[in-house]
Design a protein around this ligand. Sequence first.
Ligand code: C2E
Ligand code: CA
Ligand code: CA
Length: 279
Amino acid sequence: AKHEGRGRYAIFDPLMHFHAVQQMHLENDLRKAIKNNELVLYYQPIVNIKTQKIQGLEALVRWQHPERGLLSPGHFIEIAENTGLIIPIGKWLLHKACQQLEEWKNQFPSHCLKMSVNLSVKQLEGFLLEQLDEVLNSYNLNHNSLVMEITESMLVANVQKTCDLLSQIQAKGIGLSIDDFGTGYSSLSYLHQLPVNSLKIDRSFVSPENLSDRHQVIAKSIIALSKLLKLHVIAEGVETPEQFYWLKKLGCEAAQGYLFSRPVPASEITELLSQQFLC
Ligand code: C2E
Ligand code: CA
Ligand code: CA
């Protein structure tokens, strides 16, 4: 039945049915998740390659599901997007991340920490500017300590409108970063007109299996391009010392990955931060 196209099945497929029912359950559960406080933010350090100190954190959502345990965003972000639940969830995440950043700033006043938050395309369409004003008013933070991560795919639909919105975000002093850089469409044709501050090199371009082939050339080029365009550049998925030293040699500024830490609960970040000297 598969050749009839995506989502169209002439024959009843029990496996598809099972999957659909599961998704429906997840959707219902997700509606209750915010109210029941089941969503949690984990944080992963972004490390400055020169100083080897934590310069920022990326907030990554998890769902402590009552029956299924800790779920990673791959299990529910798409459902949240398709149902519109990403709007209230995104708002909650933004508040939570800012509240946590304020707490760390108070605890470690000499750290110049930044907090990166992932945005979904649906959030760009709904109340984002209002939500950002609200958090900036609610917490005592420098606007530039907040960074929004967007992906290239968000630009495809309506470049002009998206650019306008991003400019408004940047005008508030908030940083913008392009996530998974190099994996989307037409990135280069938009790059010069996009109001962004940094690029995050997708982990496929720095992965150890790819270190000896053409991927390396792409990573090198992205780092060189960032310098020319005066953008900050962060490498994702850094798992080994070899990757780290290779990136250092290429002049990459910052790195994120299991080599330093997996995404962990806030309490573990507090511990990491208290072990550090001033940045
Ligand atoms: P992302 O923004 O590219 O986040 C990085 C992902 O890479 C995270 O997966 C992180 O756990 C994983 N990672 C970090 N270091 C390494 C490494 O050294 N090796 C490998 N193999 N992986 C590493 P995670 O937390 O499962 O998140 C997956 C995606 O879900 C994120 O990709 C992001 O697109 C989305 N996401 C996460 N949190 C949020 C959120 O709060 N809002 C929205 N809209 N999307 C989110
Ligand atoms: Ca991200
Ligand atoms: Ca990424």
